[in-house]
Every structure is written in C-alpha cells, then in structure tokens.
Design a protein around this ligand. Sequence first.
Ligand SMILES: [Zn+2]
Length: 418
Amino acid sequence: MRTLLSAAFCLIGLSLSGQSLERVKRDVAVLTDSAMHGRGYVHEGQVRAAEFLAERFAEIGIKPLNGSYFQTFTFDVNVYEAPVELRVGKKDLRAGEDFITDPSSGISEGTYKVQRFDSTHFSSDAPLGLRRGRVPLVFTEGIRSPEQVSALHDFEKEAAANVPVIRVVPDKLTWSVGQRKHREAIAEVRAAVFPATAKPVREKVKKISLSIKPEMRTVSVANLIGKIPGRRSDSCFVFTAHYDHLGRMGDALFPGANDNASGTAAMLDLAAYFAENPPPFDMYFIAFAAEEAGLLGSRYFVQNPRFDLSKIAFLINLDLAGSAAKGITVVNGRAHKDRMAQMAAINAESNYVPKIKLRGNAPNSDHYFFAEAGVPAVFIYTEGHITAYHDVHDTGDAADWTGYAGYFNLLRTFIETF
Ligand SMILES: [Zn+2]
C-alpha cells in the first residue's frame, strides 16, 4: 500500500515538474554510443552527432533561424584514426586505459632502446645527457616545482624533435584535443602499469615499441542554433551546451557522457519543457561544437552571432550535468549577485539542490566569450561523485543523475520567475 501510494505520488511529481530523466538518459545513450565515435574528428563522429541533434531539435519543436539550425566552420586538429600501439618491455599496453598520447604528439613508429629519467634528473641545471638514439622513459613522480615542470617541458620538446618520448604519470590519464607541435610522438603512461612493489620492473625495461601516427586535418563542424518563441521578444534567454567530445584515439573510444552528453541532453529536456510551456521571453538553444578544442564553437558564434547578443537577459551554459549529489557550481556567478540571490531564494524555498557554489569567471567552458562580450552569462556544472573526466571511463554508467529533477526544476523555475 505504501509502495503504491508513493509510486502514484512520484508520477504526479513527474508530470508537474516536466523533466524526463528517461528521455535524458536515452539521449545520452545515443550520444555516447560507439557509432558517434566520441563526437570527435574520426569516422565523421562530429557530423553524426550534429545530425542526431538536428533531428531532436525538430522533434522538440525548436525552430531553426532562417531555415537552418547549422552554423558551420572549420579548424585544424590532430586526429588518431590509425590504431595507437605501445609496448613497454614485454607488456602490450591498452590504448586509453594504460596510456594516451599527448594531444600535440607527432608521429613515431618502431622499436627503441630506452633511457630512464626520474625527478632527480630535473633538480639541477646540469644537462640531462640523453644518449643518441635512445628514447627517454621519464618517471614524473616527484616533479612538482614550477622549475622542475618547466625543465621537463623543455627536455621533452627538445627530445621529441628527434625521438619519441614516454612520460610515466602517477595520476589518472586525462586526454585532450590539440594540434601537432612535435615531430615525434609523446605518450603518457599510467605509473600503475609498473607494479608498486616492483621497482626492478622499471629497471628491467630496456625497450619500447610503438606506433603512434596522428594526422593533422582540417575538419568541418557545426554549432546548432534554434529558438522557442516566448511571450515577449524584446529580451531573450539562452541555454547553451557543447556536444563535441574528444573522439577516438585509434580504437579507444572517449564517450564523454558527463562531458557533455549530459548537459546537451539536459538542454534538450529544458527545450521540450519550454516548447510546451512558453517562457516569459524568447528562448534560444545552442549546441556548440569544438569546445574541447579550445571553446572554438562559442568563440565563432560570438564573433558571428545569429541573433542580437545585446538582447540576452541571461545565458546559462550547461556542462557536466551528470550528478548533482553535492549541488552545483556557478562559474561567473560572482559577477551576477542579484541573479544568484534570486536562484538561492528559489532553492531555499524548494530545496532543489544541496548547495549552490559561486565562482569567478574562467575560460573553462562556452559561457566565457559571451561574458567577455558583455553578455550576462554563467556556466553551471554539477558536483557529485563522478571521477571520470576526459578518459575512456566517462561512460553513461559513470553518470548517476543524482538530483537531476532538482537541477532541472531549479533552472526551470529560475527562468519562469524572471
Ligand atoms: Zn565539457
């Protein structure tokens, strides 16, 4: 009886709030599917993702501007279409799990003798003495001071002009998108590949074999922009979310569930709600491309806006929406004290999220160039227990969606009480 009652209560709650976690999860499942190739720049992953989003925009009833959702532009990027291989000693390492490439890596293929380096080598100004033809295998634990870090950086730059460089890092692997800067390959290996108790294993590594062959390509990508008419058109709200991720490194897939299939799906969910419940002002939705490549999509849009930026009453960028277990953080929130007080009051009344933290501005997502252009813009990310970030573990399973209904309702109510 109790179960039945609470189930009925849940259903009522759901229809009143308008959010659809099921729909959000389905969109995330599609966006993170291997057929989307990590929404990056191999096998046309970026094109497939854009096509899917255009279908979803149309389904929801988001209206194109001048007959099209798309704003296309091109940029150059280092892509890894060929399988990426690395063998250290006698061990074949798993791409994505055990090692990644440096985003600015060049091309290397072959078997090389290694020369080991560790933090002690980077503590003085003495030359490191890399022997001719040897590949540096650098254990970076203990390289902490800015001087050591910059010495390592200079060393790698010089070495990678002639031979590949292998960097062993104590932390998790965090991949990124970039442009080639070195002639030879640079790879990063997790220290866990070398068992903690087996220092001798490190000493035993005499050879490495690798095949790392990125290609610099000019790729075409598209921002998707659309509108839901509101009750007034003299001002507008904007929701943005980047839909690109890192793509693939050879066969390794970077699904980008929390970053940022989650925010993209949440934006679609808000659009579906406002398509049924007209907002106070016109509302624009922008799914940005190439955020991971350096906020390129939002920068391009701000330089080539499709509607009047001076009409924007408020812009909210959604990135990392997968778990609000500990609440949300609002980047650039400190610049908008009144609006944030409004949000805090809504939250105090309904307890939508456990905590709202405010930060200053930072160029860490697609709100940034809008804010620089004088648009009231913030970036909201959720704070939960997800540890996957820019790695092969950022799958749909990593997002737990704790507090999604509260997150959705906080944003919805914030807009509705403007
Ligand atoms: Zn992101």
